[in-house]
Design a protein around this ligand. Structure first.
Ligand code: HEM
Length: 160
């Protein structure tokens, strides 16, 4: 496969992978940032009644599973493609120890974020006290945003 790709094809595959990677980051973390920065304050300011609020949040969660689910797949696929093109993964590993360790950190952060995406909502549904569930829901968003920022920083270090 490696021999099959011409340098020009590799260059365009790299550019396409970076575009998909950054697009997936924008969609995933944009959706996560939307709740604490826009939806939650708007629901509080609108004083919408509790029952209607839960209906809106339920519809948002259903949509989020589809949209963010797609972004997670695109991010992991483009990230592994970038890792292969840069020699961080696969038979022809050609990177220094620093970049290789950075890539392993990136993989660990990516895996942690995917585990949170897959488990947070089902686990939060187990919390019976509505105020505690709401606080944990907000805290989860803030932790994911922080991990995303770190992953982006590691990604920028990796790319140079
Ligand atoms: C799922 C696991 C992930 C893998 C395997 C991965 C892999 C990579 C690789 C190999 C690069 C270097 C690309 C290059 O050489 O230019 C990179 C860059 C980057 N990654 Fe990731 N990544 C992952 C998750 C994430 C996450 C969760 C974020 C942020 C929330 C992120 C944000 C970035 C950014 C901003 C860059 C710099 C793009 C550039 O300037 O080239 N990545 N990623």
């Amino acid at each position: 496969m490696e021999a099959a790709l011409s340098p020009l094809a590799r260059l365009w595959l790299y550019r396409a992978a970076v575009l998909v990677h950054l697009g997936a980051v924008v969609v995933w973390f944009g959706a996560v940032a939307y709740y604490p920065l826009i939806l939650r304050p708007a629901l509080r300011a609108s004083a919408v009644e509790r029952k209607a609020k839960y209906v809106i949040l339920g519809a948002v969660k259903a949509r989020l599973k589809i949209v963010v689910g797609g972004a997670v797949i695109a991010l992991a696929a483009s990230g592994l493609t970038l890792g292969w093109l840069r020699g961080f993964v696969g038979a022809g590993q050609a990177t220094g120890v620093f970049h290789h360790r950075l890539f392993l950190v990136k993989l660990a952060l990516g895996a942690a974020l995917i585990v949170v995406f897959l488990t947070a909502l089902p686990l939060l549904q187990q919390v019976q006290v509505p105020t505690r569930r709401a606080r944990l829901f907000l805290a989860t968003h803030l932790v994911v945003l922080a991990l995303g920022l770190i992953a982006a920083g590691v990604g920028i270090l990796l790319s140079r």
